[in-house]
Design a protein around this ligand. Structure first.
Ligand code: F6R
Length: 366
């Protein structure tokens, strides 16, 4: 049942090229330059009339929502707010018939997310679900939706659900961007073509597995770990930290790289590994200077870089390469080494990777 893998988590990490392909297959038609998603087409008026989109979710799904915030705002120019479902539902949120709410949930059973959906619908908002489990409560309680086609996710730590959620949300953002005219037809086409190459690029990213194992062995006894990223990759830093804490029980925090100087930099010493997502992006030079700040305080740097990178390689203690892609799609690649790093550290520490202590696969209590 684990298909020859030692754990479900590892199997599911390795299934990502397939899961991402299955998620855009039949929806992304690059030859015709169209995206076909019935749940969006049928409700296009609601989406186009929305002044903003509110995303509600918990945990890893909330991180996918944060990535989507960057993508929606960048491509479709629609303001997005991302809310923890548990906070949203008890805050007496300002919400009306004009709002579109997107609820993201792998299991489709998360109690807080379900309650947030019910609240939003009671105020007249249109609620769209992004779920993995077909026929789940959230899939049934939403007005419309789009499934991720990740297949069953058994490992408690979410992996392929996250990357397929980002895939669906990217398709939605691109479809809305096209409808709104906020993206040119050539840019739109370029995104479709590039998205189609992602499964192969994830495959390539997975080839760093052995190198990541070596890094895992060096840092497995750390008490703390920081994860930094900017822009589209800031939420990836949060997700990397969550993955490490939930399966290895090492304390980890994710931050936007530029926030370091506002406090967390005080934590840096020679005992502190800092994982920095430093792929070739608009903010590359800024991230390089953030790395210099950490290095001058003797922090250990693990850089996630674009293939062929030179500048970060000179500064970092270790680099892990991922293939080049469009900045908006880069989270689909930068996530992969972070999953593998957490996985190997947890295995080396002898932890129960698939069923970490205190955690349940679906959180049906608030
Ligand atoms: C982390 C993880 C959790 C879930 C969260 C939401 O690896 O799995 O943080 O992401 O409990 O679950 P869903 O997506 O099923 O609503």
């Amino acid at each position: 049942e684990k298909g020859g893998y030692e754990h479900f988590m590892l199997k599911e990490i390795y299934e990502q090229p397939r899961a991402i392909l299955d998620t855009f297959r039949g929806r992304l038609l690059s030859n015709e330059a169209i995206i076909k998603m019935a749940g969006i087409e049928d409700n296009m008026k609601r989406f186009l009339a929305a002044d903003r989109i509110i995303i509600v979710a918990c945990g890893t799904s909330w991180h996918a929502g944060l990535v989507a915030e960057y993508i929606f705002e960048d491509l479709a120019r629609i303001p997005v707010e991302v809310e923890y479902a548990s906070e949203f539902r008890y805050r007496n949120p300002v919400i009306s018939e004009k709002d579109v709410v997107i609820a993201i949930s792998q299991s489709g059973e998360t109690a807080d997310t379900l309650a947030a959906i019910k609240l939003a619908r009671s105020k007249g908002a249109f609620v769209f679900g992004v779920c993995n489990v077909v026929g789940s409560s959230i899939a049934r309680e939403t007005d419309a939706g789009a499934y991720t086609h990740a297949g069953p996710e058994i490992g408690v730590a979410s992996t392929k659900a996250f990357t397929t959620q980002i895939t669906v949300l990217t398709l939605i953002a691109l479809r809305l961007a096209r409808a709104k005219g906020t993206i040119s037809s050539s840019e739109f086409r370029q995104h479709l073509i590039e998205l189609e190459t992602i499964p192969n690029k994830v495959e390539e990213a997975l080839q760093s597995d052995e190198a990541i194992k070596v890094i895992a062995d060096i840092y497995k006894d750390s008490k703390n770990c920081l994860y930094l990223g900017r822009g589209f990759n800031f939420p990836v830093a949060l997700e990397g930290a969550l993955k490490l804490k939930e399966i290895s029980y090492i304390h980890a925090e994710g931050y936007p790289a530029a926030e370091m100087k506002h406090g967390p930099i005080a934590l840096i010493d020679e005992q502190m590994p800092v994982v920095v997502i430093a792929t070739k992006t608009e903010h590359y030079e800024k991230v390089v200077s953030n790395i210099q700040e950490i290095k001058s305080r003797k922090g250990k740097i693990i850089g996630i870089v674009t293939k062929g990178d030179v500048s970060v390689r000179e500064l970092a203690d270790h680099v892990i390469e991922v293939p080049d892609t469009l900045e908006s799609l880069s989270p689909l690649l930068t996530t992969i080494p972070l999953q593998l790093l957490s996985y190997h550290i947890a295995v080396m520490l002898g932890k129960n990777v698939d069923q970490p202590r205190n955690l349940a696969k679906s959180v049906t209590v608030e």
